[in-house]
Design a protein around this ligand. Structure first.
Ligand SMILES: Cc1ncc(COP(=O)(O)O)c(C=O)c1O
Length: 414
């Protein structure tokens, strides 16, 4: 049997869309032009709400300058090799120090990508005697990290603290037998629904159970907390987070990630995170560009203030107009509507073609059958006028959806 044979006949839930005739429209669309709220989609200007460019740093003149100059000065090759062998520089170390200071931790370590980085961290800190307890809505990179874990893993329903307590009781019992420890993993801000990990209640359980806490704060870094240090700062529990992780792919508008915690643990990780030890170091423009982004994030607090002005305007406006935006506590703004996947396609087509609004659409199997989720990501560089235009368009498409307009289009095509 040719191992490729099944790839032609069997498919994953997402893979079923691979043969969709409109590839390039819903899947793999191309947004062109400078990264800002108005970009081009299929030659037409659209108001975009689908980029995690929370602070608007992607196209900030100082960021563009730092990226361009560091690329010119260093190129993408330097430094060559893994950090541990030949790929270390003073800039990498400086960036780590500044990141650690910013998130109020002893030390930090750079990671080439968030996805591989956190998988590898989970792998490095646990062995078959340990138990991992994790939130059911954890990001795919955490789930893949769990797949590598050779010991037990217990899941708790999203943010269900009573159930978490039960899982901790089970885990405690088991680790007393194995002699292992317990790692709890959750997220600061959940990127789909925008609600936050129930960090206050989770850390309160540290009084009853012995465990260490790893937080993926990809969407909270730079957006939440007084200084932007993330979800832990927002809830006043940053010091109770044992390992704080964030990617640079969101508020930092770049590539790469970091993990921060106690010095001795970071020192252990430097010698044991396989995705770093056996991979080339982050190229210099990403490090120098990262330092510039962090400086702006720290000093230009108006960026976060602007972001939240837009977030509040958008979320309040949607709620006032009767939209269900779920339980979001962060800039991530889901809008829940009811309809079939085909109605969702017709609706998004209308939104893009006739209202010039581009946002992400999430349907079954990511959300339950019958639910259409439109996901809006506000940024610091959107305006009040953008918010108004979007809410007006959403009112119009929602009325059309309720009146059966998209259903009749779908039936006509069928
Ligand atoms: C919650 C979360 N964790 C981790 C990642 C992966 O980070 P990266 O894009 O740096 O691989 C993402 C997506 O970017 C994410 O949303």
């Amino acid at each position: 049997m040719d191992i490729f044979e099944k790839l032609k006949t069997e498919n994953t839930p997402l893979g079923t869309y691979a043969n969709f005739k409109e590839e390039g429209y819903f899947m793999f669309p191309k947004l062109e032009g400078e990264i800002k709220p108005r970009m081009k989609f299929q030659g037409k200007e659209v108001l975009t709400w689908s980029l995690n460019n929370y602070l608007g740093l992607a196209n900030h003149p100082e960021v563009r300058k730092a990226d361009a100059e560091s690329s010119k000065d260093w190129g993408l090759a330097y430094p060559m090799g893994a950090r541990i062998m030949s790929g270390n520089t003073t800039y990498h170390e400086q960036f780590e120090k500044e990141l650690a200071d910013f998130v109020q931790k002893d030390a930090a370590m750079l990671l080439n990508y968030g996805y591989q980085g956190i998988m590898s961290i989970i792998d490095a800190i646990t062995d078959r005697k340990d138990v991992i307890v994790y939130d059911s809505e954890s990001h795919a990179c955490i789930v893949d990290g769990l797949r590598m874990h050779m010991g037990k893993r217990f899941v708790f329903p999203h943010n269900d603290i009573q159930n978490l307590e039960k899982q901790l009781q089970r885990a405690t019992k088991l680790t007393e037998e194995t002699g292992g420890g317990i790692l709890v993993i959750t997220e600061g801000v959940f990127g789909m629904s925008g609600d936050m990990g129930n960090l206050k209640d989770i850390v309160a359980l540290k009084k009853k159970f012995q465990f260490r806490l790893l937080i993926d704060d990809a969407h909270g870094f730079g957006t939440m907390g007084k200084t932007g240090a993330g979800a832990g700062e927002e809830f006043g529990v940053q010091d109770q987070i044992d390992l704080y992780f964030s990617t640079f792919a969101k508020a930092m508008a770049s590539i790469g990630a970091f993990i921060a915690g106690d010095k001795s643990i970071i020192q252990f990780l430097r010698y044991n995170v396989r995705s770093q030890i056996f991979a080339k170091s982050l190229p210099m423009p990403l490090v120098i560009g990262g330092l510039k982004r962090l400086e702006l994030l720290r000093k230009n607090t108006d960026l976060k203030d602007n972001l939240w002005k837009v977030v509040n305007g958008l979320q309040e406006g949607l709620k006032e107009n009767g939209f269900n935006i779920g339980k979001t506590q962060s800039p991530v703004t889901p809008v829940f509507l009811s309809g079939t996947p085909l109605e969702a396609a017709a609706l998004v087509h209308d939104l893009r073609e006739n209202y010039n609004i581009f946002c992400s659409i999430v349907i079954y199997p990511v959300v339950p059958k019958g639910v259409i989720m439109l996901r809006l990501i506000p940024t610091a560089v959107h305006t009040e006028a953008d918010v108004k235009e979007t809410i007006d368009a959403f009112v119009a498409i929602s009325d059309k959806l309720k009146s059966g307009h998209y259903k009749s289009i779908v039936e006509e095509i069928a």
